[in-house]
Design a protein around this ligand. Structure first.
Ligand SMILES: NC(=O)c1ccc[n+]([C@@H]2O[C@H](COP(=O)([O-])OP(=O)(O)OC[C@H]3O[C@@H](n4cnc5c(N)ncnc54)[C@H](O)[C@@H]3O)[C@@H](O)[C@H]2O)c1
Length: 434
């Protein structure tokens, strides 16, 4: 099968490399020439565990290529995946579909023979209809079908998620297109990943419903954590106590600084907007989004309180910047809100992250970047653990305490044990634990 992947970002590059690894001939297209030049030099523009090896192997074996020439890739393809960004539209929170529409126009101009156009980007209900209309208006005679195939991979575990998905959602009423999609995903039948065929609109909504549900679960346990702090209960025990109930499930019950990243914040907002436009508002998700966005900045106040009520003139060390470990993605990372809140209150901020500092440096100002965790802690008046990279899970507590000017640790991921930290002489604050 010949596949064109439009957009070689976190989703497009991983999906393209995995499809090539299944044995398909994949051409990844991106409009960013620097990204394509880097890929053609054998460099991977993002950090995703295992991706460099997977890309190198499939390039070497001749199944994976990169280009800025969309029309050449589309002409040769039986299936064209749209995996471009759908960020929040500035000002109103609707999904910005301009990249999707541009891709649709470019694809329309190049289609040659029966082509299945697949929307992998997360797009509001009805976008498939728009893509179909755009292609039809541009090329009335073209032979094509538009399918929704939302992606559920998680950054940091993207390859495993793509190759062993919990499910594959395919939205189309077109039998011929469904059969092409089944061929593309056939290698996954061996893993018995369920393929769910449904209508295009239902598939589009399923993706938003999944992300909104997960965001709700996180926000629920975060609010329970706040209550724990007021009543002297332990949120980790509560999470385990409810998570072992199969109806609830243990995942996504880790209290923390609030969800961030390139998906949950924008996707909850986009779902809220779609629901309001259709006069079926989802008040629950509206509340989740509001609670979460306030929470991230509130974490800055938590640090200030741990420092005795003021950080003016003090230095705060921040460990972990990316929105979660094992990615370099800084989009909507809680660290941005925490750091800005601290700077607004007069703190100097030093930070260390194994992969995120380059991206962070273009999003934050006046932050000093450190070489490692201990360099970050040196002479700081408090240390905040924001992202739980493995390398921060077993820090040498003696060395850490010796490095800090004042032994205050705020652990927004509940990585350390309160009793152990106190035994080492730290003033230790975590989330929802006595
Ligand atoms: N990142 C994730 O974890 C994740 C998971 C599931 C779904 N999604 C969804 O997948 C989509 C892509 O997300 P991402 O994180 O990969 O975004 P990204 O910003 O990393 O990548 C998008 C890429 O598309 C390119 N692009 C934009 N317009 C183009 C065009 N007309 N032609 C060619 N290239 C074009 C950009 O240059 C960029 O490299 C979004 O809708 C997102 O919501 C993301």
């Amino acid at each position: 099968m010949h596949v064109a992947m439009i957009g070689a970002g976190y989703v497009g590059l991983v999906s393209g490399a995995c499809f090539a690894d299944f044995g398909h001939e994949v051409c990844c297209v991106d409009k960013d020439p620097a990204k394509i030049e880097a890929l053609n030099r054998g460099e991977i523009p993002i950090f995703e565990p295992g991706l460099a090896e997977l890309v190198a192997k499939n390039v070497r074996e001749g199944r994976l290529t990169f280009t800025t020439d969309l029309s050449q890739a589309v002409r040769a393809a039986e299936a064209v995946f749209i995996a471009v960004g759908t960020p929040s539209r500035r000002g109103d929170g609707h999904a910005d579909l301009s990249y999707v529409y541009q891709a649709a126009r470019d694809i329309a101009a190049a289609i040659d023979g029966y082509t299945v156009v697949v929307t992998k980007s997360t797009v509001p209900v009805g976008t498939g209809d728009d893509v179909e209309r755009i292609i039809r208006e541009t090329r009335p005679e073209a032979d094509f079908a538009v399918v929704s195939n939302p992606e559920f991979l998680r950054e940091g575990a993207a390859i495993a998620d793509f190759k062993r998905p919990d499910r594959i959602v395919i939205g189309t009423d077109d039998e011929r297109a469904l059969s092409v999609m089944n061929d593309i995903y056939r290698p996954l039948y061996l893993n018995q990943s369920p393929v769910l065929a449904m209508s295009r609109r239902t598939a589009e909504l399923t993706k938003y419903a999944a992300n909104a549900f997960l965001a709700t679960k996180i926000t629920f346990i975060n609010e329970i954590a706040d209550l724990c702090e007021h009543v002297g209960a332990n949120v980790q025990d509560v999470a385990r106590g409810i998570g072992l109930d199969n109806r609830i499930g243990a995942k996504f019950l880790h209290a923390g600084p609030g969800y961030g990243g390139s998906c949950f914040p924008k996707d909850t907002l986009a779902l809220i907007k779609t629901a309001q436009d259709h006069e079926a508002p989802i008040r629950l998700v509206e509340t989740v989004a509001a609670v979460n966005s306030q929470r991230k900045r509130a974490m800055g106040r938590k640090v200030i309180a741990a420092c005795g009520g003021s950080v003016r003139g003090k230095t705060v060390a921040v460990l972990g910047l990316t929105f979660k470990p094992n990615t370099d993605d800084m989009r909507d990372a809680p660290s941005l809100d925490v750091i800005t809140a601290l700077q607004d209150a007069g703190a100097r901020v030093k930070a260390y992250d194994p992969e995120g500092m380059q991206a962070a440096s273009s999003m934050l100002t006046d932050v000093t970047y450190a070489r490692d965790a201990y360099d970050c802690a040196r002479d700081a008046d408090a240390l905040v653990l924001v992202t739980e990279w493995d390398m921060f899970r077993a820090l040498d507590l003696r060395r850490l305490k010796a490095a800090l000017a004042s032994p205050v640790v705020v652990d927004l991921r509940n990585v350390y044990r309160p009793d152990e930290m106190r035994r080492h002489g730290f003033t230790y604050v975590s989330i929802g634990r006595p």
